[in-house]
Design a protein. Structure first.
Lengths: 265, 474
């Protein structure tokens, strides 16, 4: 079973500083890492490969330095990787990114499954995984917490839904976005690192991937970031005041009602 | 030893010095100041806690304590592991929580001037982006105070390459046990102008004076770091490799930390982490750093290959902050996790010559068997400084445990002596280990220490009951 894992390189969040004037992230000097939530997709991919055989290929769209993320995934156990890069991609929103990645994935050829992280820790949208699935017109399950079975072109997965789990049977090829619960990401090994270091990661451009230039980049993106604001963190305290013995009972009732309403008790 | 009590009249004099707001006499609030991270039997309540803001106030308090013969115990973050900050004779605790300013970052001289109440990790936060860092890395760095690090000469996880706290202390301001404010050392790399008193203060556990200002040397920040997490089938193969890493590779790593399976398993459960400990009897965490990525990678490769040649099962690599922190967080939390596994325990701090650690670890395993207790071991293998932690067997009573603990500790300390080691490498004697001091220290040496103590603190009011007991001379 061949698996494709799109990954994103993100700034390491513990080090992120914001430019107070522009409200944007200062990326200079900040270490870039694989989006931490993508690690769960990588781990799941490697586990499925160990169970069912096949190849795991990582693809990352970004600057040439995204190669580092691809190599880190290879050091964990993925078989190969591709970097989709070029200035034309700069400024792509989630729609354009989904389109570009779906075209590149089409180009890869035969594959059965695409695994994505739940969302990227920088953009935080969670849209690119489902976007790729819809461009490719394949089955999709988001928030997958376990892959129970794959047999005869069908797979059974469990997904995390509000207040519980949902079990789905779906057809391959499919795309899953996975949550943390699905696995513990393994650490890259020394042998993996050494192998990744000498492996060439092909760079695909707009042309080599057969991507329509007009549908990517800032111009190809239907959404625009108009303004970025840092939300004011305000913890709303709620006081249930009781002036005397008489109002005490009422205040307690109000508190209980409030907690029940918030599903806290 | 007879001390006077802290009377309401003395409380009122103390509050004249520091302000009423900064004195605590409420039992419940004071109980926080009655213990550190040592087992509860060492705890002792203070009679008053004062929270001064400056050295002058401390000097006044010390003078008052001398006049009234009241013991004083300075206290940092309360994360100590030898009882150094416990007011064993009651009296006054001086807490540094308000003296927590970074006073000066002197880039040209590559040093930082701090007050003792600064949390150790805050020092490097203040230096972010400067290309400089403070190399002290005690495992409690997120909560301990730098003043406490100085008092106990704290070590930590980077000592092989970067040494311990004392290497970085180039100047101190202290309040002497008689209440004088004295400057020792300065912004100088070299200084043999008279006795090296600042280094006498470092590690003196608050018995020779109270540190009120610290000048720390900074180092250029290495640009790249790689951590290797190496799995071995057993303790023996892991520990045997430790001296070889430096001898055969010709590399001084930043860290060589050792963790046995029980330590890793317990901590992974505690942190909901999953390091691959199942097949590994022991692990080494080896860090190398430098300025060029390819050099650091080459060093890591060389060490990794040596590990494979010496029975390593697997070598994992962490070369970014997130992954590195994932591994180090397990290492740093072992102590806390083991406390959940067995709340009744004793955390030891033995140090032996590096070449003797294989024998040391093997003998510890025999001692564990002999007394039928678990003794998980972890620590700074590259320094010969391990933390065997004796856990009470849940089936035994407290009386049985105290008896077993005493016997097992005497065996362990005897083993240290036999191997040319000492009973504490970085935690200190405090009140916890003072009755064992004579196992590894000659009478003449202890006598020298006592003479120094008596000369500087004639009334024996400065953190009495720590390191050794002496009779009050006045």
């Amino acid at each position: 079973m061949n698996i494709i894992i799109p990954v994103k390189q993100v700034p390491e969040t513990s080090n992120v500083k914001m430019d107070e004037k522009t409200g944007t992230m200062i990326r200079d000097g900040v270490e870039s890492i694989i989006n931490p939530l993508d690690l769960y997709a990588i781990e799941t991919g490697i586990q499925l490969k160990e169970k069912f055989g096949g190849l795991v290929t990582v693809i990352s769209m970004g600057p040439p330095a995204a190669e580092r993320a691809v190599k880190e995934a290879m050091a964990m156990g993925c078989d190969g990787g591709i970097v989709l890069t070029g200035k034309e991609f700069a400024g792509s929103d989630t729609w354009a990114t989904s389109y570009a990645l779906s075209e590149a994935i089409r180009k890869i050829g035969t594959w059965d499954l695409i695994l994505c992280g739940e969302r990227a820790t920088d953009g935080d949208t969670g849209q690119v995984g489902p976007g790729i699935a819809s461009f490719l017109d394949i089955s999709l399950a988001t928030y997958v917490s376990s892959v129970e079975d794959i047999d005869n072109g069908l797979m059974v997965v469990e997904r995390l839904v509000e207040g519980g789990y949902e079990k789905l049977q779906m057809e391959l090829p499919a795309l899953l976005t996975v949550v943390k619960e699905i696995s513990y990401p393994r650490l890259p090994t020394l042998r993996g690192k050494q192998k990744a270091r000498v492996t060439e990661v092909p760079r695909w451009s707009v042309d080599s991937a057969g991507i329509d230039k007009n549908r990517i980049g800032l111009n190809g993106s239907p959404t625009r970031v108009v303004k970025i604001e840092t939300p004011k963190v305000a913890r709303g305290g709620k006081i249930f005041a009781a002036k005397d013995e008489e109002s005490l009972g009422r205040a307690v009732d109000e508190l209980v009602d409030f907690l029940v309403m918030k599903e806290l008790i | 030893m007879k001390y006077n009590q802290v009377t309401p009249a003395i409380v009122s004099q103390l509050s004249d010095i520091v302000g009423k707001k900064y004195i605590i006499t409420d039992e419940e609030k004071m109980s926080t100041y009655s213990h550190d991270e040592t087992p509860p039997q060492y705890a002792h309540m203070p009679e008053a806690v004062v929270i001064p803001r400056k050295a002058e106030e401390i000097a006044e308090i010390v003078k008052l304590a001398n006049r009234e013969l009241i013991p004083i115990t300075p206290r940092g973050g309360g994360t100590g592991l030898s009882g150094g900050s416990i007011p064993s004779f009651g009296g006054i605790v001086i807490s540094f929580e308000r003296m927590n300013s970074i006073l000066e970052i002197d880039y040209n001289n590559m040093l930082i001037v701090v007050e003792p109440g600064v949390i150790t990790s805050e020092i490097n936060v203040s230096l972010e982006g400067s290309g400089l860092f403070y190399a002290g890395y005690p495992m409690s760095l997120l909560s301990c105070f730098i003043g406490g690090n100085v008092a106990e000469d704290a070590g930590g996880g980077k000592a092989i390459k970067y040494g311990v706290t004392s290497r970085y202390v180039i100047g101190l301001e202290i309040v002497t046990p008689t209440g004088e404010i004295v400057q020792l050392g300065g912004k100088l790399v070299k200084d043999v102008t008279g006795y090296n008193l600042k280094q006498l203060i470092v590690g003196s556990e608050g018995t020779l004076g109270i540190v009120t200002k610290i000048i720390l040397k900074l180092s250029p920040m290495p640009r790249y770091m790689v951590d290797l997490l190496v799995l071995f089938k057993d303790t023996r193969s892991a520990i045997r490799l430790v001296p070889k890493i430096m001898m055969e590779c010709g590399i001084t790593p930043t860290s060589i930390e050792y963790m046995d399976q029980l330590s890793v398993k317990t901590t992974c459960d505690y942190l909901n982490e999953s390091l691959p400990y199942h097949n590994a009897g022991a692990m080494l965490l080896i860090e190398v750093d430098g300025n060029k990525e390819e050099h650091v990678d080459a060093d890591a490769d060389l060490i990794g290959e040596l590990c494979f040649q010496n029975e390593a099962i697997e070598v994992y690599v962490a070369d970014n902050n997130t992954t590195r922190e994932r591994i180090w967080s397990v290492r740093r939390n072992i102590d806390e996790a083991l406390r959940i596994l067995s709340p009744v325990q004793t955390d030891e701090d033995t140090v032996v010559p590096i070449a003797a650690i294989t024998e040391f670890v093997e003998e510890i395993e025999k001692i564990a068997e002999k007394y039928n207790i678990l003794i998980p071991s972890f620590g700074h293998a590259g320094d010969g400084n391990l933390h065997p932690t004796l856990l009470k067997n849940p089936d035994s009573t407290m009386e049985e445990w105290f008896e077993t603990e005493e016997k097992a500790l005497r065996d362990i300390y005897g083993l240290c002596k036999k191997l040319g080691g000492k009973i504490t490498g970085e935690h200190g004697i405090g009140c916890k280990r003072k009755k064992y001091l004579n196992i590894v220290t000659s009478e003449a040496e202890v006598e020298m220490m006592k003479k120094i103590k008596q000369a500087l603190d004639p009334n024996n009011i400065m953190n009495p009951g720590k390191i050794f007991d002496i009779t009050c001379s006045s």
